[in-house]
Unconditional design. Structure first.
Length: 232
């Protein structure tokens, strides 16, 4: 089993009492070598599938009649630092409330606060749970990373065996290298939500095409410069 841990900073630790931080680690262990009950891989390369591993961090916010407290805003700012679309990590945020109208409204306030701090809407989910306390909003951060494998940890007999089957490490290095190159491991978990098209750009390009104008970018004259024309 592969597990990866996150060490809380002093800044985070100072907010534990105020915000109710709790950490729950969860990793995937599915695959052909995970346990004896795992189905046999369909093809040899499926021995080491590309998968996303997740780790979940949870904070609990008590609903205040006057809105978010300063401590709660600070805790949400730390979440936004991790989950924002500008320079954040592959993180999804789940907001869980009870089914009470007031709790749902407070949960939407948390969503609005995070969106105002550059957390993309597709990465935010709000849902209601029957067992959720009516005065508590639970915010889950779900971190993703691509699963990698420790290949070639043991030698095996690659001589003629007549069993016509793949060796144990077949496909391991290929998929381990692919996993290391994936920019957003969430793409392994589910398809990414399509973003709206740029209608203005589309209209401009089609208009130029209909008039016979050039739609490509203009040639860069600097690309034709010779060494003798270099700036000293």
């Amino acid at each position: 089993m592969t597990a990866f841990l996150f060490k809380p900073t002093l800044k985070v630790a100072a907010l534990l009492a105020a915000s109710g931080f709790g950490l729950v680690a969860c990793t995937t262990t599915t695959g052909s070598h995970a346990n004896l009950n795992t189905p046999k891989p369909i093809t040899p390369i499926d021995q080491y599938p590309l998968q996303a591993q997740t780790l979940r961090k949870t904070i609990n916010l008590r609903i205040n009649p006057n809105g978010l407290s300063q401590n709660q805003r600070t805790a949400l700012d730390q979440i936004a630092d991790k989950a924002n679309w500008i320079d954040g990590e592959p993180v999804n945020v789940e907001i869980v409330t009870s089914g009470e109208p007031g709790a749902i409204s407070a949960g939407r306030g948390v969503v609005s606060y995070l969106r105002g701090r550059d957390v993309a809407e597709p990465n935010l989910t709000i849902l209601s749970a029957r067992e959720q306390p009516t005065d508590i909003i639970t915010v889950n951060m779900v971190f993703y990373r691509a699963r990698t494998y420790a290949c070639n940890q043991s030698w095996e007999n690659l001589s003629q065996t007549f069993n016509n089957g793949p060796y144990d490490n077949f496909g391991c290095a290929v998929n381990a290298n692919l996993a290391a190159q994936i920019a957003d491991p969430r793409d392994l978990d589910s398809p990414r939500t399509a973003t709206p098209t740029d209608a203005t750009r589309k209209t401009t390009i089609i208009g130029k095409y209909q008039k016979g104008d050039v739609t490509s970018a203009q040639a860069d004259s600097a690309a034709e410069a010779k060494i003798s024309q270099a700036i000293n």
